[in-house]
Write a protein that binds this ligand. Sequence first.
Ligand SMILES: CC(C)(COP(=O)(O)OP(=O)(O)OC[C@H]1O[C@@H](n2cnc3c(N)ncnc32)[C@H](O)[C@@H]1OP(=O)(O)O)[C@@H](O)C(=O)NCCC(=O)NCCS
Length: 176
Amino acid sequence: MTPGTGPTTSPADLRIRRANEDDSEGIVEIWRTIAAERIYSAVDQPWTVEQQRAYLSSLSPREAVHAAIDGSGSIAGFQSLDLWAASIRSMMHVAQLGTFVLPDWRGRGVGAALFEATRAFARECAYAKFVAQVRASNRSAHAFYHRLGFHACGRLTRQVRIDGLEDDEILMEFFL
Ligand SMILES: CC(C)(COP(=O)(O)OP(=O)(O)OC[C@H]1O[C@@H](n2cnc3c(N)ncnc32)[C@H](O)[C@@H]1OP(=O)(O)O)[C@@H](O)C(=O)NCCC(=O)NCCS
């Protein structure tokens, strides 16, 4: 989609499905956009397609990326669910979430639809809790996660440095 021209399909045409390695390019395109915006994520440098492919193929059976696919087959947004600490058995019930939607699709229910799919997957995989790390300045993401039922539970001070500016990260948790 050409930036600024608006989505070519309506939210009703969106479908949510598990992402696979063939989605690497579409997901990296979203990372490029988010990284270029500078203000929403701690990620200020996009991964390469190869790195993204390696990440997707490395996911364990209890981890997943869900993608929102528009009517033309492009990825409008994605949500990742990773183990919070893959090597610590006592935390196997905790997952970390990340949610990223292209600008033209924001505020149109994509993130909420992704969360429904992620939550269903998490229940099947016996998770009890989600954690999201959100930049303190990212008010829209706070509102988004709060609306889903997350609560702020901690702050990592001066955790992000981008372009000479520091930001805190807020930890938000959700119990399934
Ligand atoms: C934050 C983000 C993931 C939300 O996804 P989205 O598809 O825009 O959100 P939705 O349209 O599904 O909104 C769901 C609810 O969240 C809340 N919400 C979403 N965006 C909001 C905003 N900008 N301001 C206030 N509330 C907002 C609303 O309550 C909304 O429900 P409602 O429309 O019924 O009131 C998306 O805007 C995004 O990708 N932003 C840039 C990247 C980012 O900040 N990611 C999070 C990093 S931690």
